[in-house]
Design a protein around this ligand. Structure first.
Ligand code: ZN
Ligand code: ZN
Length: 602
C-alpha cells in the first residue's frame, strides 16, 4: 500500500516536473489576522498573489499545507470528516487554466497513483443568474467538454449550483464579503461502489462518494456587492492528502489511514474497547483521534489552552477528547499525552514535545476535576430525589464547564430520562449564551483592545513598556503570548516557566516607572515587516498579509530606545501621560506561561 508520505512526495514531484515551485507551508496558527484564527486552506497565504501581486517564485506554485477547519467539527465521527488535515495544493497565478489543470489532475490520480478512471466522477458549475434571470457567471461548458475529452463519460459528469460548485473562504457568492475572491470549481469524486440506492449522486452524503480534489477557477472578486473579474484567471487546486490515500487503497475509513490509524491503535492500548466493534464507541475513537491530533498541532506552534481565541480552540479540542476517553473507559492519567506520542515522528511535534506534553497533562487533569465535580453535583441532585431539568444542566455547563453530553451520559447510565422539554430549555439557554459570547468575541477580535478610550490607550502603551522590562529583567526568552485591556487594568501573558519573585516584580515596576518619569516620546513608522524584524522590533501580532506594518518606538527610533514593537496602536504620545504602573497580581497559566495584571495610577 502506498503511504501518505509517498503520495505527498509523488504529488510535489509531479507538479515540479510541470514547472511548479514548491513553497513552504504557512503556519497553522495565524496571529493578527482579523478574519480568521487558523490557516484553513492552502490558498489563504496566497490571496495577494491571486489578486495580481507578483509572487517571488513565479506563477506556478505547489505545496502541502496543514489546515484546520472548525466548520466541520460537528461532522467529525463519520468515516471521512476531520478538523485537521493536510491539503495538497497547486496554483496557477494567471498562468495555465482549465485545460491543463483538469488534465494534470486526472493524470496524477490515474497514472501516478494508479486510481482506476472508471472509479472517478466529476462535477462542474451550472452557472449563476440574478433574480431577473440575467446571467452573472456562465455555466461551465468548458470544463464539461474537457472532462468528456479526457474520457469521463457524460453519465459521470454532474452540474451543480453555487452551493456545491463555487468556492470562496466564506462560501457561495452571496456570502462573500467585500474584497473576497472565489470562483466556480470542478470536483473529482471517488466511487466506493457502495451503498447502492436510487437517486444517489456524487454529492450524496450516504458515503458512497468521496471528494478527493477540487480545482477552483479563481477569477472573481466581490466589489461594491458585485462579482467582478480579477485582472488574472487563476487555478487553485486543493486535495485532502488522507482522502486521496483512501481512494488509492479503496479504504472507506479515514481513521484507518496514516497518523489517524496510529492514534486509534494507541487509544485501543488504554481503552477497554476495540475500534470497529460498536458504532457509538467508534465515534468516540474518531473524535479523540481527530481532536487530539488537531490540538497537538496547535500546541506545537506555542499556543496553550485558554479561554479566548486560539487557546480556546485548543482547550475545546482537548476537553472534548478527555470527555470521549471517558466514554471509552480510559482511566489512565496523562492518557492524551500517551496517545499523542504516536505523532512524535513529525519534527515540529517532537521539537516542541515538552510544551505539548505539559499542557496536555495540565488541561486533562483540570478537566477531569471538572467532570468529577459535575458528577458529584448530579449525584447530589438525584439522591435528594430531585429531577435534573434543563436549567440545572445549563448551570452545570456554564458554571462548571460540565457539558450537556456528559449530563445525558450520566443520566443514561443510571437509567434516568432527560426529557425533550428539558433538553429544549438547555438549548435555548445555550443559544442565548452563544449569542453573548459571539458579541464578546467580535470585540476581542479587534486587536485585544476593549475600546480606544484614553485609559485603554495609556494601559496599552504600558504593555509595551512591561514587555521590554520583563525581557530586560528575566531574559530574552520572555515573549508576549497575549494581552487584554479594559479601562481599569491591563492583563499581559508571557512565556516564562515560573512565577516571578517579589524582587523581580519590583525591578520590572521600577524600570517601567523610570521610563514613564523620563517622559520618552512614542513614535511610529510604517515599514516592511522584514525590515522591522531585522531592526529588532518585537512582533507578537505580526501582520502577515500586510506589506507594511506599524512599528512603535518608545525613545529614539534611530538611537537609544526602550521599546520597539510591531503593533497597530493606539498609543500615548509621551510616556509621561501613563501615570504610575503597578503590578497587582500574577498567575501561572498552563505550562510555561505567566499572566500578570497591572493598573496605572495617575
Ligand atoms: Zn447516495
Ligand atoms: Zn501597541
Amino acid at each position: 500500500m502506498v503511504s501518505v508520505d509517498e503520495i505527498r512526495k509523488k504529488y510535489l514531484d509531479f507538479f515540479k516536473k510541470k514547472g511548479h515551485k514548491e513553497i513552504s507551508p504557512a503556519p497553522l496558527v495565524l496571529e493578527g489576522d482579523p478574519t480568521t484564527l487558523f490557516t484553513s486552506a492552502g490558498m489563504q497565504p496566497l490571496i495577494p498573489y491571486l489578486k495580481g501581486e507578483k509572487h517571488p517564485l513565479g506563477r506556478r506554485l505547489c505545496d502541502s499545507q496543514p489546515s484546520l477547519r472548525l466548520q466541520d467539527i460537528e461532522e467529525v465521527g463519520d468515516n471521512r470528516h476531520t478538523t485537521f488535515f493536510e491539503m495538497l495544493g497547486n496554483w496557477s497565478l494567471g498562468d495555465y487554466f482549465k485545460e491543463e489543470q483538469l488534465s494534470w489532475c486526472l493524470e496524477f490520480f490515474t497514472k501516478e497513483l494508479g486510481i482506476k478512471k472508471e472509479k472517478l466522477w466529476v462535477s462542474v458549475f451550472e452557472g449563476l443568474k440574478d433574480k431577473s434571470g440575467k446571467e452573472i457567471v456562465p455555466r461551465d461548458e468548458t470544463s464539461y467538454n474537457i472532462w468528456l475529452k479526457l474520457g469521463i463519460p457524460k453519465e459521470r459528469i454532474f452540474f451543480y449550483g453555487p452551493q456545491k460548485n463555487w468556492w470562496s473562504r466564506s462560501g457561495d457568492p452571496e456570502l462573500m464579503p467585500e474584497g473576497e475572491i472565489g470562483g466556480p470549481d470542478s470536483e473529482v469524486f471517488y466511487d466506493f461502489g457502495k451503498p447502492q440506492h436510487s437517486g444517489c449522486h456524487p454529492n450524496c452524503d450516504c458515503g458512497r462518494f468521496l471528494e478527493i480534489g477540487n480545482s477552483v477557477f479563481i477569477q472573481y472578486e466581490k466589489k461594491n456587492g458585485k462579482l467582478v473579474e480579477l485582472p488574472q484567471k487563476n487555478v487553485d487546486f486543493g486535495g485532502g492528502l488522507e482522502r486521496i490515500a483512501m481512494a488509492v487503497s479503496s479504504q472507506n475509513d479515514i481513521f484507518k489511514i496514516g497518523t489517524l490509524k496510529d492514534l486509534v491503535s494507541k487509544i485501543e492500548e488504554v481503552s477497554a474497547f476495540h475500534y470497529g466493534e460498536e458504532e457509538k464507541k467508534d465515534k468516540s475513537f474518531r473524535i479523540v483521534a481527530d481532536h487530539l491530533r488537531a490540538a497537538v498541532n496547535i500546541l506545537a506552534e506555542g499556543v496553550y489552552p485558554a479561554n479566548k481565541l486560539h487557546g480556546y480552540v485548543a482547550r475545546r479540542l482537548i476537553r472534548k477528547s478527555v470527555f470521549h476517553l471517558y466514554f471509552l473507559g480510559v482511566e489512565k492519567n496523562n492518557a492524551l499525552s500517551f496517545i499523542a506520542t504516536s505523532l512524535k515522528g513529525q519534527e515540529k511535534i517532537s521539537k516542541n514535545w515538552d510544551f505539548i506534553d505539559e499542557n496536555l497533562n495540565f488541561e486533562e487533569a483540570k478537566f477531569k476535576q471538572i467532570m468529577e465535580k459535575g458528577v458529584r453535583k448530579l449525584d447530589k441532585i438525584i439522591s435528594e430525589g430531585n429531577k435534573v431539568d434543563g436549567k440545572m444542566a445549563f448551570d452545570l455547563y456554564q458554571n462548571d464547564g460540565f457539558p450537556l453530553e456528559l449530563t445525558l451520559e450520566f443520566l443514561g447510565q443510571r437509567g434516568i430520562n432527560f426529557d425533550k422539554k428539558a433538553e429544549e430549555v438547555f438549548r435555548s439557554e445555550f443559544e442565548k449564551h452563544k449569542e453573548l459570547s459571539r458579541k464578546t468575541a467580535a470585540r476581542i477580535f479587534k486587536g485585544g483592545l476593549a475600546d480606544h478610550s484614553f485609559e485603554v490607550t495609556k494601559l496599552h502603551t504600558a504593555t509595551h513598556l512591561i514587555h521590554s522590562a520583563l525581557r530586560k529583567v528575566l531574559g530574552e526568552g520572555v515573549s508576549q503570548k497575549g494581552s487584554n485591556i479594559t479601562s481599569e487594568r491591563l492583563r499581559f501573558d508571557f512565556s516564562f516557566d515560573r512565577k516571578l519573585t517579589d524582587e523581580e516584580i519590583n525591578k520590572v515596576e521600577k524600570m517601567v516607572n523610570e521610563v514613564i518619569k523620563r517622559g520618552l516620546p512614542v513614535f511610529f513608522e510604517e515599514k516592511p515587516l522584514d525590515e522591522a524584524i531585522s531592526e529588532g522590533a518585537l512582533h507578537f501580532f505580526a501582520e502577515r498579509y500586510g506589506k507594511t506594518v506599524k512599528v512603535y518606538t518608545v525613545g529614539d527610533p534611530e538611537g537609544e530606545y526602550f521599546s520597539k514593537e510591531v503593533c497597530g496602536g493606539p498609543h500615548v504620545k509621551n510616556t509621561k501621560e501613563i501615570g504610575r504602573v503597578k503590578i497587582i497580581k500574577q498567575e501561572k497559566l498552563g505550562a510555561g506561561v505567566i499572566r500578570i495584571y497591572a493598573v496605572a495610577e495617575s
